[in-house]
Design a protein around this ligand. Structure first.
Ligand code: XIL
Length: 464
């Protein structure tokens, strides 16, 4: 009856360019007027100051560990129930529902003032075996009944539901789950409709892994969300699980979050961990810390990226070693509850960037001409925040041998390979959805920056 998910092997695509290492250094320049308090505030508080949540998954067996629950209850603004909202626990036999274990976690979160994400209603794993035996003609009704009962039970207590989990294969085709095989393509839309009917206020998410970067699988999810939006199927968000590998954070993460947001849905990073091959070393910890910082930065860069959840917070209770043999140390706290470099990188990234409660912007780079030894590029700065912004700064890292020798419609400061271009005064104010451009001439190869970041803030000069 209890089926553990099989190991899924290598689950991320793309290589993070080494240039990302200096991303937070570049952004620090923007935040210099913002008092640093990453050393005293919790991750939850730092995220809240940015209008986001920062949370952790947890699981019932851990709740008797008081060292564990002390940090769980104080450091995070949000909780995900790691296992016991899944079908095998909530409807272990047909029509018999049991929420005892799930409620233990929800009660605890509520007593700590934490919001809760519901995870998950329809999934091929941790599904009781009786569901496999439901005749094809009855499965849609059984699925609807399960959703209706569980969503109704928790109505008003959860911010999000992961309505459907992991419905796509790596190549973008539909996973041949029992729901897919017996109900057909329509089962996902039907699941969302049933969830909306049961709780009109919970935000409804599609959740999956290996959709953090742009590729065949995220393309398929993107097309599904687009068609749901066009047809009025009630979907509010996409959960990118983000079970990542140190050194392999997809370079297109931010761009991918952005394209989903542009469809009119929220994005959440729902199950973040960044694993490494054991044993831990200082170098691997440093790599992992950089990666955690980059993931947080990517979320903060898109205003519709609403929050980040760690898939538990301490290596003591990580699912990684049992599923990916030889790998682990994936979380920001070690197994003795000591904070690792990753913790500090997350705190710094959350504390960084735009002045609180500042808006956010995005910068898009385009090479406009190139010649032997040089090039010109145009950067479009767009206000993707929900309020006007006054002043912006774009940062990036130059590749080896690159330099910038002239900027127009912007003000350049360079510190080694770290470049900052601030607005030129007359183009510093951008209304909601508004954009402007600046241009620059570079020496060296016309490499496209992989870490270009934009932060809104105080105007760099008095508007003309
Ligand atoms: C995992 C839990 O962490 C494990 O304890 C359990 O044995 C299996 O499931 N994607 C998901 C999560 O959506 O529900 C999974 O959680 C991890 C992968």
């Amino acid at each position: 009856m209890f089926r553990h998910p099989p190991p899924r092997g290598r689950r991320t695509v793309g290589l993070l360019a080494t240039a990302l290492v200096t991303l937070s250094a570049g952004l620090t320049a923007v935040a210099s007027t913002h008092p640093a308090h990453a050393d005293t505030a919790t991750l939850g508080e730092l995220a809240e100051a940015k209008g986001r949540y920062f949370g952790s998954a947890t699981d019932n067996p851990e709740l008797s560990d008081t060292r564990y629950t002390r940090i769980l209850g104080s450091e995070f603004g949000q909780i995900t129930v790691g296992n016991t909202m899944k079908w095998q626990y909530t409807e272990p036999s047909r029509g018999r529902f049991d929420y005892t274990a799930a409620e233990e976690v929800v009660d605890l979160a509520e007593s700590n003032g934490q919001s809760v994400r519901g995870h998950t209603l329809v999934w091929h794993n941790q599904l009781p075996s009786w569901v496999d035996d439901v005749p094809a003609g009855e499965l849609l009704g059984v699925m609807r009944n399960h959703i209706t009962h569980e969503v109704d039970h928790f109505e008003g207590r959860l911010i999000h539901w992961d309505v459907v989990n992991e419905a796509f294969e790596e190549d973008g085709s539909r996973r041949r789950s029992v729901f897919q095989q017996k109900i057909g393509d329509s089962y996902i839309a039907e699941a969302f409709k049933a969830a909306r009917a049961a709780d009109p206020d919970a935000k409804l998410y599609y959740n999956d892994y290996n959709i953090e970067g742009i590729g065949p699988k995220s393309d398929a999810v993107y097309e599904m969300v687009k068609s749901f939006k066009a047809q009025g199927v009630p979907i509010d968000g996409v959960g990118m699980q983000a079970h990542l590998i140190a050194g392999q954070v997809p370079a297109s993460l931010r761009q991918n979050i952005r394209r989903f947001a542009d469809l009119g849905v929220d994005v959440a990073l729902t199950e973040l961990d960044i694993r490494m091959t054991l044993p831990r070393t200082a170098a691997k910890d440093a790599r992992q810390a950089t990666d955690y910082g980059a993931v947080v930065e990517a979320c903060l860069a898109v205003s519709r990226c609403v929050g980040i959840t760690l898939w538990d917070y301490t290596d003591k209770y990580s699912w990684v070693p049992s599923v990916f043999p030889g790998q682990g140390a994936a979380l920001p706290w070690d197994e003795n509850f000591a904070k690792k470099p990753a913790y500090h990188a997350i705190a710094a990234a959350l504390d960084d960037g735009s002045p609180t409660p500042g808006g956010n912007c995005t910068a898009t780079h385009r090479v406009t001409s190139r010649w032997q030894g040089g090039f010109t590029a145009e950067v479009t700065v767009e206000n993707d925040h929900t309020a006007p912004i006054t002043g912006w700064a774009v940062t990036w890292t130059l590749s080896d041998g690159q330099s910038v020798d002239h900027v127009w419609n912007g003000a350049l400061t360079a510190d080694g390979q770290n470049v900052t271009v601030r607005d030129a005064g007359y183009n510093g104010t951008l209304g909601v959805g508004g954009s402007t451009t600046f241009g620059f001439r570079g020496q060296g190869a016309a490499d496209v920056p992989t870490d270009m970041a934009c932060a809104s803030g105080q105007p760099s000069r008095t508007p003309a």
